[in-house]
Design a protein around this ligand. Structure first.
Ligand SMILES: [Zn+2]
Length: 412
């Protein structure tokens, strides 16, 4: 085995080991608290709901252990069986070396690798989520979702791949800068188009219905200078009883979406507090900041691919012949997660800071924090969230602070 292939094998093992360790830590932490409702939530959550939430957490943990193992096996087979260079040699004989043909190879490999995950996500939706009473997706909706996803990938992802490969041909050694600019442009375009063209393919969006809730939310929009036309309700109940709200887009294309499940679960002042939190994300410019950070990350990514595509050992380690950019793109995309995983605590730390900022904004806009605390408690209860994740586990995986942490910050 080449030294680089050996190094990658070690990184695969290391990541799997760390992830299983994290799952284990988290499971023990939940089991340790299982006996009775944590002190901070006595009186706000009943024993039966708390027990159910710990069972849900444990079941999800057991499930993700299987997912991790399957993902690792798939990656090992794909990288070390010699399948990729073998399939590449056949592909170019059949379809040639045009950008469309080469992008087709990348697309086909991606599609093939997503297949083993398909039964797992089916089981997650129709067994795990079903067992805890969350699933409302029909078989038809679930399969249609996959089909729509595939068609969108063909219509949007595939041409983008073709364009990147063409840019490498057209622009020479500084291709990475051009490719970066094109992908950033594509991302911005998607942020504008997704709320109008893509999200409606999956869900129905409706304006807030007439009534006291609408008046209250519009008044908050008025007070905080947020254009109220952009507040919409989404039929999340079509797929799940989980509830949520999110903020998307930027500038004139921004939109705050409340799940219909959330509207059912929360009282009016609580919904107002949730909306204030989402407006907080807008006011504190969290989306542009995230975009800027991901643009920086993307530039580093392209620079690394450009450098690796000139290293013979990078190709040889996995059986490819140096020359085309395509194997370098493929190998890099398969392996990048082995390294980016270790940065997830940093990314999540920033994301959690943004959540605290949005919470603080909401408390400010509402001139009280009780409504937001009430909303967060209900959200955690209805979604059977884990109230006691292990701190290292939440550092790696939690984009939002836990209920306890948010309440503590709001109490200040
Ligand atoms: Zn938030």
């Amino acid at each position: 085995m080449e030294w680089f292939a050996g190094l990658i094998a070690a990184f695969i093992a290391l990541k799997l080991f760390a992830q299983l360790l994290l799952e284990n830590l988290n499971r023990k932490e939940v089991q340790r608290h299982m006996g009775s409702v944590p002190e901070a939530f006595k009186g706000t959550m009943d024993e039966a709901t708390y027990t159910k939430s710990t069972q849900y957490t444990l079941a999800k943990g057991a499930f993700s252990r299987w997912e991790l193992i399957v993902d690792t096996i798939v990656l090992l087979i794909v990288l070390f069986s010699g399948f990729l260079p073998w399939a590449y040699s056949i592909w170019v004989v059949l379809f040639g070396f045009s950008a469309w043909a080469l992008a087709g190879y990348l697309f086909a490999v991606g599609l093939l690798m997503s297949l083993p995950g398909l039964p797992l996500s089916w089981l997650e939706q129709f067994r795990l989520e079903e067992r805890f009473g969350f699933n409302t997706t029909t078989q038809k909706t679930w399969w249609l979702d996959r089909l729509k996803g595939l068609i969108l990938a063909l219509l949007l992802g595939y041409p983008l791949l073709v364009l990147v490969i063409k840019i490498v041909e057209w622009t020479g050694p500084h291709w990475w800068l051009w490719a970066w600019a094109v992908v950033i442009g594509f991302q911005l375009l998607m942020m504008v188009l997704a709320p109008v063209l893509i999200l409606p393919l999956f869900n129905k969006f409706t304006p807030l219905p007439e009534g006291s809730l609408r008046d209250r939310l519009l008044a908050l929009g008025e007070r905080t200078g947020f254009r109220s036309k952009a507040i919409q309700v989404m039929d999340g109940s079509k797929r799940s009883k989980h509830s949520n709200a999110f903020f998307t887009g930027f500038g004139g294309f921004r939109k705050i979406v409340l799940f219909d499940t959330l509207v059912q679960q929360l009282g009016e002042t609580e919904l107002e507090a949730v909306l204030a939190h989402e407006i907080g994300h807008y006011k504190r410019k969290h989306i542009p900041k995230m975009l800027l950070a991901s643009a920086g990350g993307l530039l580093v990514t392209f620079l690394m691919i450009a450098w690796l595509s000139k290293q013979e050992w990078f190709y040889r380690a996995f059986g490819f012949t140096p020359g085309s950019i395509v194997p370098a793109l493929l190998l890099f995309s398969l392996m990048s997660g082995l390294f980016t995983f270790w940065f997830s605590p940093v990314v999540n730390l920033i994301s959690r800071r943004f959540e605290y900022q949005a919470d603080a904004y909401a408390a400010d806009a509402m001139r009280e924090s009780g409504s937001l605390v009430g909303a967060l408690r209900k959200l955690n209860e209805k979604n059977l969230s884990n109230l006691t994740p292990h701190p290292i586990y939440s550092a790696f995986y939690y984009s939002h602070p836990t209920l306890f942490e948010r309440e503590k910050a709001l109490a200040k």
